[in-house]
Write a protein that binds this ligand. Structure first.
Ligand code: FMN
Length: 343
């Protein structure tokens, strides 16, 4: 098995396990993924991309598949309801990626209506044969992300995961909710534990992990071989490093935003929040310049998230429209995050 897949761990004894940035449409663009890695994430995955569009060489979809030499492993995620297009897209991606991830978790109606994403969990035979077709045609490892089931019947993630292991899937990720639940209710970590116990491949647990306490709780319940964090990292990629510090996996003094601030230990909580987010914002802009260039829409979305909850953060939305260029906007956010700018 590829070194990039990682191992199946046993019972959690407090030791280190990989932290994944969840694939998130409209959030996990390339500079944000690289930033998350600088902040402590071990593995990143692109947002999901339509395999039919990829197979027809749609430029907008291929832009989502851009990576950088420092993004190792590079894991594009694809979705689709047409098995042939899934195979074609996987074949096109395989030469330039390390692992291909398949989405069987998306609950969005525009995806489920084409019988893709989480809707495929309602058709386990089609799902499994689609995955077998992909594995038979590409050299790279294939992984899959899914939910507990559709919610229409009993959960079937265990059955699907066992069958996917049989056809050669290298790693699985389970979000502890059903399609029907979308994002409501609490993630069911007990069921994820049953999946972990029912297969030999590594299983990553996903859902409601937001800090070191929930990370420790989730690992204690599931013994998963890694944790995947989504919404908790939106606007707060620093949470990966903070989580590792809280879990005793790294020292606070090793965090890049602590290293960058000589007076860190004199700051109060608000000062630390500003300093952390300023470091992350400036790095996001730096990584944008180093890769795809500043993309105004991506940057604006992140700006809202990065400033959320900070005193004065709401005013950022109004200055967004006043800045003549994206560079001016990036600079204005950086200055806001110094923490002593009066708006
Ligand atoms: C804005 C947003 C976009 C998402 N896009 C994707 C996606 O492209 N692919 C995917 O597998 N899951 C996607 N998800 C689901 C997340 O990867 C994750 O499974 C879910 O948010 C639960 O994890 P969390 O509780 O840590 O947020 C998305 C979630 C959000 C909030």
């Amino acid at each position: 098995m590829s070194d990039l897949i990682g191992q199946k761990f046993g019972e959690w004894d407090g030791g280190e396990r990989p932290l994944f940035l969840a694939p998130m449409s409209g959030v996990t663009d390339l500079p944000f993924r690289l930033l998350a890695k600088d902040c402590g994430a071990d593995v990143t995955i692109t947002e999901f991309t339509n395999s039919t569009a990829l197979s027809r060489e749609a430029a907008v979809s291929w832009r989502k598949m851009e990576s950088h030499e420092t993004e190792v492993p590079f894991i594009p995620q694809i979705f689709g309801g047409n098995a042939d297009d899934m195979v074609t897209a996987a074949e096109m991606l395989a030469p330039s990626c390390d692992i291909i991830d398949l989405n069987f978790g998306c609950p969005a109606p525009k995806v489920t209506k084409i019988c893709a994403g989480a809707a495929l969990m309602g058709q386990p035979d089609n799902l499994v044969s689609m995955v077998r077709g992909i594995i038979d045609n590409v050299e790279v490892p294939v992984t899959a992300k899914m939910r507990l089931g559709t919610g229409a019947n009993q959960h079937n993630a265990i059955e699907i995961c066992q069958r996917l292991e049989d056809v050669g899937v290298s790693r699985l990720c389970v979000h502890g909710r059903t399609l029907k639940q979308r994002y409501s209710g609490q993630a069911d970590w007990d069921y994820i534990k049953q999946v972990v116990d029912s297969v030999e491949v590594p299983v990553v647990a996903n859902g409601d992990v937001v800090d070191s306490k929930s990370a420790a709780d989730c690992l204690s319940v599931t013994n998963a071989s890694g944790l995947m964090i989504g919404r908790g990292a939106i606007g707060r990629p620093a949470m990966f490093g903070e989580m590792k510090v809280g879990l005793g996996w790294m020292e606070e003094t090793e965090l890049p935003w602590v290293k960058a601030n000589d007076e860190w230990f004199d700051f109060d909580e608000t000062g630390k929040a500003f300093a952390t987010r300023k470091w992350c914002w400036d790095r996001y802009i730096e990584l944008s310049h180093a890769t795809v260039g500043i993309q105004a829409r991506w940057m604006q979305r992140h700006a809202v998230a990065f400033t959320k909850g900070l005193p004065g953060g709401k005013k950022i939305r109004s200055i967004m429209h006043e800045m003549p260029t994206p560079e001016d906007f990036a600079q204005a956010i950086s200055e806001f995050l110094v923490g002593d700018i009066a708006f």
